[in-house]
Design a protein. Structure first.
Length: 376
């Protein structure tokens, strides 16, 4: 049985099928506007001439078929060519990408991410048994985390481009969250940004012995191992516990605001308001600690391998788990927060998701954190 529940597994399968279809037809999106327009005109002209030579019943059938194709194209939301959507009204604070990063960054350089210092503390991780939309892998348990700093926004395409010299995103827009990034892409970004800012990288990426000739900085399908040095001060991915602690911001409701999903549109981009695409970060309301887009827009990678929580029962506050970082090995990495393509229950603070670390899909993004030197 799927550990995440049948409903979740069905959604994962649907997402994977949609992604394969998108990859198969992606060449259509790459056509230049002029080429696409001319090809469309020729196809419809030929179809029109053919219809005119058919008998009456054939003419009617062909016309209805053309109308059906037009309706499908209009309702499917699938573009024939890639267009850059206009930014939403309003702009997030400029400090999310305060200044272009130079080739030889210094420790005194301006912070490229707006970081929020979060105090350490204890919280209930997971969801109560009666929470609407709850999955079986959300066993409620008490967790303690140390102080850390989290970026106010997911990493944007602008910053990813400046650091990595490319942008893999399907939905284009400088201040939109970067998407189509694998877990390995996120780890490499954190290391590169750390080096440019004069900080010690958190991760060491190594290749298995039988693939020693492969470049660990570019390999995606090869067996890679990532080691986390927790004594460093560089940028990194949040642990799953840190992510949920930051998202909840001291609350115990289904969402960071309250249990009512009807208010979700004020805080998140999701299936009900996104129009099937990502949006500029920082437009919706933040949570109580000033963090934006933790609900929706893109799923966010966490450090942990996915596994069931190692706890005995719900609501047991006699045992406190301190600084959990997940199991040592696994097959899939954890994702949190939901995305623009999900219904409300998948945007809950406790909801858990996972994908293979090499997967690059149009609803996968991330945000950075840094460890804090402050005491718990």
């Amino acid at each position: 049985m799927c550990p995440q529940g049948r409903a979740r597994c069905r959604q994962v399968e649907a997402m994977e099928i949609r992604e394969k279809w998108q990859q198969t037809t992606s060449w259509l999106d790459e056509l230049p506007k002029t080429t696409a327009g001319m090809a469309g005109a020729v196809v419809f002209l030929c179809a029109g001439l053919l219809i005119l030579r058919l008998p009456t019943w054939g003419f009617v059938l062909g016309l209805l078929s053309l109308l059906a194709v037009l309706c499908w194209l209009a309702l499917s939301g699938k573009p024939v060519v890639k267009l850059t959507w206009p930014s939403e009204p309003g702009q997030p604070p400029q400090s999310i990408a305060a200044a272009p990063l130079g080739e030889a960054a210094k420790p005194s350089q301006l912070e490229p991410l707006e970081m929020i210092e979060l105090p350490g503390g204890e919280f209930w991780m997971g969801s109560p048994e009666g929470e609407l939309g709850r999955s079986a892998d959300e066993t409620r348990h008490r967790v303690r985390v140390s102080a850390f700093a989290m970026a106010s926004y997911p990493v944007t395409q602008k910053l990813f481009q400046e650091v990595m010299a490319h942008s893999p995103s399907h939905f284009k827009g400088e201040l939109r969250p970067v998407d189509r990034v694998s877990w390995f892409d996120a780890v490499r970004f954190c290391n590169k940004l750390s080096v440019r800012m004069g900080l010690r990288p958190c991760y060491r990426i190594v290749v298995s012995k039988r693939n020693q000739t492969v470049d660990p900085e570019s390999a995606t399908k090869t067996k890679l191992e990532v080691q986390w040095d927790q004594t460093t001060n560089g940028y990194r991915l949040p642990t799953e516990a840190e992510w949920e602690y930051a998202c909840r911001a001291g609350t115990e409701a289904a969402y960071s605001f309250e249990d009512n999903p009807l208010l979700l549109g004020e805080y998140a981009w999701f299936m009900g308001n996104s129009k099937g695409r990502t949006h500029t970060v920082g437009i919706k309301k933040p949570n109580g600690w000033g963090l934006y887009d933790l609900h929706g827009n893109v799923w966010e990678w966490c450090w942990d391998w996915y596994a069931g929580y190692q706890v005995t029962s719900d609501n047991n506050n006699s045992v406190i788990v301190t600084g959990p970082i997940g199991p040592a090995t696994g097959h899939k990495r954890v994702l949190r927060g939901g995305s623009f393509s999900n219904e409300p229950k998948f945007l809950r603070s406790a909801d858990r998701f996972s994908f293979m670390p090499e997967d690059q899909i149009w609803f996968l993004g991330f945000r950075c954190v840094r460890s804090s030197g402050r005491p718990l």
